[in-house]
Design a protein around this ligand. Structure first.
Ligand SMILES: Nc1ncnc2c1ncn2[C@@H]1O[C@H](COP(=O)(O)OP(=O)(O)OP(=O)(O)O)[C@@H](O)[C@H]1O
Ligand SMILES: [Mg+2]
Length: 450
């Protein structure tokens, strides 16, 4: 590889010495400028920045250390070698501590000079490479609204970036509140469809009877009450992206229609004879284990494979504790800005409690707690609440009975208990079960407890 010659500034007040050093270096293909004092050296650096400075220690009234201080402040990555007088090792030590890359004790051999320069030149190249890598990494460390630098999040970012440019179908998994929707939006914002529509639909929040017309649309008169033509979400997203949230809740009938769209790119509105060709990129998300749902017969296997072209799993907060502090800072800033209040700092003790907490509700729970703290500025409450926070059932203490067990009866009982404990206050009851209001309501409806 042809590289530009290294630019070296030689600073030496003895004219003969200076001449000699310049000659040695110039004959080794280095490009040389020279100065006889610290002041002249600084002027020279200002007019043309060298890669490396080779400076004598003693320079009239000032020393090479003064020059070193200037160079380190203005150009942290510039190479710096200092030549010290025989027997003044303390000077060498001081210079190294002040950030010199190397030193030479006078008198030195021509060979030692060249070796020292060569060594520092190599380390400069490495430094530059590292800096470039570090800046590439720091650009990637956080991605369109997603805060977190843990290695497991880096994997998520890498995958998001890789597939965002394609039209591949993506299935985002992960517990509630781990940022699935945020990841979907990041995928969209980084894609070439970013200026086209992004239509989000929560498959868990639409009643089964309306699912079909919501997703695929309905012709006028297709069913009682269909007084006008209804455009479905997929059609509305034409040319852009659809985000099918909680895809695990999609009724089987609509699963079949969605599969047809994924395979053939066409849909039919309810009551329509023909079909409509659409160009829509599909991103789906679910907190469920869809493979298990397939085994249980709740989810079509062929649809699962169609959706799961690129799986992205959002890691739970307890698996990336190193991000908790960063997220707290992020939410302190966001919520303080939202309410126009001063951002408050948390004490080290409170921070520790927050770091030790298992965060069953993941990032959403963290955000909510920080929001309340910003409003109330009550650290005591923040910590006391954590101590009596939700208990994550430890799977090792709960053994699934051999003979099986009535999951739905158990779930219904939990819902009823929570409702009666909170005297019908759904927000409170949902909170006690660690469910979002929507998810809670969906379950109440499912068991006809509304
Ligand atoms: N990595 C993150 N950085 C910053 N904010 C985040 C992050 N992950 C989640 N959040 C925030 O936490 C909240 C929940 O995120 P989101 O709605 O994307 O989660 P989800 O996985 O879709 O949850 P659910 O399964 O309950 O729908 C949102 O307010 C979101 O902005
Ligand atoms: Mg979501």
């Amino acid at each position: 590889m042809n590289k530009a010659p290294l630019q070296i500034l030689v600073v030496e007040d003895e004219p003969d010495q200076r001449e000699l050093i310049c000659q040695i270096l110039a004959s080794n293909q280095y490009q040389i400028t020279s100065a006889e004092s610290v002041e002249e050296a600084i002027l020279s650096i200002k007019s043309s920045v060298p890669d490396l400075v080779f400076s004598d220690w003693k320079l009239g009234q000032l020393t090479g250390m003064d020059l070193l201080t200037y160079v380190r402040r203005e150009h942290p990555d510039m190479g710096f070698i200092i030549a010290t007088a025989y027997g003044t090792i303390t000077h060498a030590v001081d210079a190294m501590q002040a950030g010199a890359d190397d030193y030479l004790s006078k008198p030195y051999q021509r060979q030692s000079l060249l070796m020292a320069i060569d060594k520092v030149a190599k380390s400069l190249t490495l430094k530059q490479q590292n800096r470039r890598l570090a800046s590439e990494l720091s650009q990637q460390q956080e991605l369109v609204g997603l805060v977190g630098k843990a290695p497991c999040m880096q994997k998520v970012y890498a995958r998001v970036q890789r597939v965002s440019a394609t039209d591949a179908t993506v299935l985002i998994g992960g517990e509630s509140g781990t940022g699935k929707e945020l990841a979907a939006r990041a995928l969209y914002q980084l894609s070439s469809r970013q200026h086209k529509p992004f239509v989000a639909i929560n498959c868990g929040a639409i009643p089964e009877t309306l699912a079909e017309s919501e997703l695929f649309g309905a012709e006028k008169g297709a069913f009682t009450g269909a007084n006008t033509l209804k455009i479905g979400k997929l059609e509305a997203a034409n040319g852009g992206t659809i985000f099918l949230d909680e895809i695990g809740e999609l009724p089987l009938l609509q699963q079949t229609k969605l599969l047809r769209f994924l395979q053939e790119g066409v849909i039919s509105r309810l009551g329509q004879n023909g079909e409509i060709k659409l160009d829509v990129r599909v991103i789906a998300a679910t907190h469920r284990n869809l493979k298990e749902e397939v085994e249980k017969g709740n989810f079509r296997e062929d649809l699962f494979y169609r959706l799961n072209v690129v799986p992205i799993d959002m890691p739970p907060l307890r698996e990336r504790k190193e991000d908790i502090g960063r997220l707290i800072e992020h939410f302190l800033k966001i919520h303080a800005g939202q309410y126009g209040v001063e951002a408050v700092k948390l004490s080290a003790e409170t921070m520790k409690s927050l770091l030790d907490y298992p965060w069953p509700g993941n990032v959403r729970e963290l955000s909510n707690r920080v929001e309340r703290f910003v409003l109330l500025a009550d650290e005591q409450e923040l910590v006391a609440e954590l101590a009596s926070g939700l208990v994550a059932i430890n799977p090792s203490q709960f053994v699934l009975p051999e003979a099986g067990f009535e999951w739905e009866a158990f779930e219904k009982d939990c819902l009823q208990q929570a409702m009666s404990r909170h005297e019908g206050n759904r927000t409170q009851a949902a909170k006690q079960l660690g469910l979002s209001y929507k998810a809670f309501l969906y379950r109440l409806e499912k068991y006809q407890l509304v």
